[in-house]
Design a protein around this ligand. Structure first.
Ligand code: SFD
Ligand code: AMP
Length: 624
């Protein structure tokens, strides 16, 4: 395996990842590239048709501003996101996505995505910003447009991208390997657009044993975006802003349709409504505690307080919500008909995007119109596109960004040649599937401009490439060399297999960085101890062993997760306050400090010194 064949691919724009942001980037880049005679190449670890978070489909488009309907403005959206993130947001980035997202949604519809319509032909809204869709084939529809735009010959599937290729401080490509054939890949490019999603399974999941691997966000998004940008020396932001979604318990079904469309309540084991009973708690988190809707993390927090008081289980009152809507629809016959209709919509909500929840309902004889279902706070995820905010620190758009937030090209990271979108770019939450696609388009257009402005050919250092190849394939060699030293290859004195390595990482994060088992609580002392243990883990990462290409991918997925973990621990340690109590709680700094900590926490890893720098950056508001 060590003498694995190397394939070199030369291109102008390299898009790494094949999810929502990457597909948006592909469509836009192809358009501009054609005009300038440039080549665009896309590389995905999986198959674009069903890769990333939208693999299973989605039941709603969560970002649609509806500018042409005149009901909402882009400024309204910026205010909504700012409040939901407790004031910590790059308003220029959120604004830029919000003003373009509707056109992306209209493209989805043109490409064949069925969006629900009412009798008058208007979109059916789930909530103010969300549209209902028949989204089982959402990703297939979006992928088809990307594939048509780029051409099959420019799409590489089942290639795992490990990291960046650098020429000094400039990114000149990426390296990876095929997970199906013995081939090492070098992609040489004039710009790289990073869109490899967020990170799941950094923390110990609630689902263990029989349910191991089940998570809300896709387990195959394993921190590759964060690793890629960190290793290139890019500045990162909001690495402390993890996301903890409340979901239907154990199968992670979505709650949005229940809370917003069906107007359901959630109540505790005693029948109490925590959003009403604990309203006073919100005073502690003003000004954000007072806004409508209550920020996601504070909704979580009120529920967590009930759980910590032993008032569980927490139930989504599906039966109450369905029967209430039905009873308002007319006589008994009309009510019965309405119940049937709502029942269908409830099942469809899960079958569109979280099929396992429908299976769990079936397996537990749950009829939503008859009995409530448990909900719970999931384990933490790193997802800049949803209600978290972690990602790379990127330039804003020229016409909107304050000077401090602008360095030439929209969505370019602080490393020349690296552009980021979707989960990969930070401090621009609530972009979801549609906004990620729109942001991919924005970033791709800017990347083509960058390539046109920097047309010279790039320099490549063969020694760097050889060293990267040796490092990346080392786990295969470890196994070849030591695999026979024990009867069971899973247990060996010379190496560690990726699964065990992942368990160790998850245990550290769970116990020291505020995971599920610690009720999401941590402190300086715990974080310092966790950081200490992470260093031992890092040492042991050199001993990872892989039996085959699939395990080699698992090794690198877990190294990526480990870097995301370290960035996270360093960021929560630096921010000496609790700002998002329903995402994590610093027990030693239990309140919010607007005076000193209404700032971004940014960081970078400095390649030449192998050192981390953590620092703050000011928040500059552009919307009153
Ligand atoms: O209700 C490598 N999301 C929802 N968005 C909505 O608009 N509506 C919803 O209903 C949503 N809900 C939801 C959502 C996600 C999930 C999992 C569920 C429910 C169950 C969020 C969106 O899906 C999300 O915001 C976007 O998909 C983010 O886009 P992007 O492009 O940043 O990430 P991606 O789509 O997951 O794609 C990642 C790609 O990277 C590839 N990849 N490729 C090469 N090498 C590597 N090392 C790689 N690592 C990863 C992946 O294969 C993939 O192609 S609700 O719950 O809120
Ligand atoms: P979810 O299914 O939880 O991902 O929610 C989908 C969308 O609805 C996201 O934009 C959420 O922020 C929003 N949402 C979910 N629950 C509520 C709620 N109780 N109040 C306001 N917005 C919500």
């Amino acid at each position: 395996m060590a003498d694995m064949k190397t394939e070199v691919v030369e291109t102008d724009l390299l898009i790494v990842g094949g999810g929502m942001a990457a597909c948006g980037a592909a469509v836009e880049a192809a358009y501009w590239a054609k005009q300038h005679g440039l080549k665009v190449t896309l590389v995905d670890k999986a198959a674009v048709d069903r890769s990333g978070a939208v693999a299973m489909g989605l039941s709603a488009i969560n970002q649609y501003v509806g500018i042409k309907d005149g009901k909402n403005t882009v400024e309204d959206y910026v205010k909504y996101v700012r409040s939901d993130l407790m004031g910590i947001t790059r308003e220029d980035l959120v604004y830029n996505i919000a003003r373009h997202v509707d056109s992306t949604v209209h493209l989805f519809e043109k490409w064949g995505l069925p969006i629900w319509k009412d009798a008058e032909g208007n979109y059916v809204h789930e909530g103010r910003w969300q549209l209902m869709i028949n989204g089982e084939s959402y990703k297939v529809v979006v992928a088809e447009a990307a594939k048509n735009a780029l051409g099959a010959e420019n799409i590489y599937e089942r290639i795992f991208i490990v990291g960046p290729l650098m020429d000094g401080d400039v990114c000149v490509g990426a390296v990876g390997f095929s997970v199906r054939e013995e081939k090492f890949y070098i992609f040489k490019a004039k710009a790289v657009l990073v869109a490899m999603g967020g990170a799941v399974h950094v923390f110990k999941p609630r689902s263990s044993g029989e349910g191991l691997g089940r998570a809300w966000y896709p387990p195959w998004n394993s921190g590759s975006s964060a690793y890629f940008t960190l290793k290139a020396g890019a500045e990162m932001t909001c690495q402390e802003v993890r996301f903890i979604p409340v979901r239907f318990k154990d199968a992670y079904g979505p709650v949005g349709a229940w809370f917003l469309l069906f107007k359901s309540r959630a109540t505790n084991g005693m029948g109490g409504d925590y959003m009403a009973e604990r309203r006073d708690e919100l005073e502690k988190w003003v000004p954000y505690g007072k806004v409508k809707p209550v920020p996601a993390n504070l909704r979580n927090w009120l529920m967590m307080l009930d759980v910590m008081d032993g008032k569980g289980p927490i139930y989504m009152r599906t039966e109450e919500a369905i029967n209430k809507i039905a009873s308002e629809s007319g006589d008994e016959k009309a009510a019965k008909k309405k119940i049937k209709e709502l029942e269908g919509e409830a099942w469809e909500d899960f079958l569109d995007m979280t099929i396992s929840q429908a299976i769990l309902w079936a397996g537990t004889n749950t009829a939503p119109e008859e009995k409530p279902s448990e909900i719970a706070a999931a384990e933490p995820y790193f997802i800049g596109s949803h209600s978290g905010a972690s990602g790379a620190w990127v330039s804003g758009p020229k016409d909107l960004a304050p000077q401090e937030y602008f360095w030439g090209y929209a969505n370019m990271s602080t490393v020349p040649g690296i552009f980021c979108a979707g989960d990969a770019s930070g401090a621009s939450s609530h972009k979801f599937s549609s906004g990620s696609h729109a942001e991919g388009r924005i970033a791709a257009k800017a990347a083509i401009d960058y390539i046109m402005d920097h047309p010279d050919s790039r320099k490549y250092d063969q020694r760097q490439i050889d060293a990267l190849k040796a490092e990346i394939l080392k786990p295969l060699e470890m196994f070849e060399q030591f695999g026979k030293a024990s009867t069971d290859p899973e247990m060996n004195p010379n190496y560690i297999k990726p699964k065990m390595f992942m368990f160790r990482l998850q245990k550290i994060m769970d116990e020291y960085a505020g995971g599920v088992s610690s009720q999401f609580k941590t402190s300086k002392a715990l974080l310092e101890k966790g950081l200490d243990l992470l260093q031992y883990l890092k040492e042991d990462s050199a001993k990872l062993a892989a039996e085959d290409l699939h395990e080699l991918m698992r090794c690198w997925e877990n190294i990526h997760r480990m870097w995301q973990a370290e960035a996270h621990v360093r960021a929560i340690l630096f921010r000496e306050e609790t700002r998002w109590p329903g995402y994590y709680f610093r027990a030693d700094k239990p309140s919010m400090d607007e005076k000193d900590w209404k700032v971004f926490v940014n960081m970078k890893w400095i390649p030449k010194d192998n050192k981390w720098e953590v620092f703050s950056k000011p928040i500059i508001s552009i919307v009153n």
